[in-house]
Design a protein around this ligand. Structure first.
Ligand code: 5RP
Length: 228
């Protein structure tokens, strides 16, 4: 009898569980956003309920994650009250073999980068479809001030990208998102640095300065741990 191939959701659940081993008991942690993180929050809550972990609180990167954490009875701590987090657990839309990521598919990139900046260690949880050689197949999310959008569309066109406003979406911070198609991000650090300079850009979804230190990748062979 052949074993059924795990689905993408099962691979996400696998890495969500595996991330618990990276959570220091008794400390406030940073929590990202997305379907993989939803499963991580559920696993975290189950571990707390079973007495396997103590989690005094979490700094959340979105209203979505805040609701889920609080729904499980996990206290949400304001980022402004925290100086340092030992660990931040989050997903990614793409990750390369150096831990650079594209993030923001769930429109939470600004708060994600803020919480990642507080953390000593970024643990990325992702199914194997997210691992790429070069970032850019996934359209690059950019959170921007609305009045800058037409100029940013022109600037991305000059880089060879087609920036499309994400329809019907405003971030938790009340700003629009552009999704930039067709970029090949060969040097993530340089491109992040360049786009950060453009007036009206709040956050570019390249996480190179805030890259992952560890990626738990859900593969057909099980969880693969990549250390960067
Ligand atoms: C949200 C993000 C997410 O981490 C990213 O979109 C991955 O999401 P998922 O776990 O649902 O695949 O950056 O802004």
């Amino acid at each position: 009898m052949t074993t059924p191939t795990p689905t993408q959701d099962q691979l996400k659940a696998l890495v969500a569980d595996a991330a618990l081993a990276h959570v220091p008991s008794g400390q406030v942690i940073g929590v990202g956003t997305g379907s993989t993180v939803d499963l991580f929050i559920d696993a975290l809550a189950a571990a707390v309920a079973a007495g396997r972990l103590q989690v005094p609180g979490a700094v959340s990167s979105s209203e979505r994650s805040t609701r889920r954490l609080q729904g499980h009875g996990i206290a949400v701590v304001e980022a402004a009250t925290v100086e340092r987090l030992a660990v931040y657990v989050d997903g990614a839309d793409e990750i390369d073999r150096h831990g650079h990521m594209i993030k923001g598919g769930g429109a939470a990139l600004t708060r994600e980068k803020i919480v990642a900046d507080l953390a000593a260690r970024f643990v990325c949880i992702a199914d194997a479809s997210k691992l790429v050689d070069v970032l850019g197949r996934f359209p690059l999310p950019v959170e921007a001030v609305a009045m800058a959008v037409p100029q940013l569309v022109r600037r991305f066109a000059a880089l060879g990208g087609r920036a499309v406003p994400r329809e019907g979406v405003l971030t938790d911070n009340g700003h629009p998102i552009l999704d930039v198609h067709g970029l090949r991000i060969a040097d993530p650090l340089a491109m992040e640095t360049e786009i950060n300079q453009w007036p009206g850009v709040l956050t570019v979804g390249i996480f190179a300065r805030h890259r992952a230190q560890v990626c738990l990748l859900g593969t057909l062979q099980g969880v693969q741990t990549l250390v960067f």
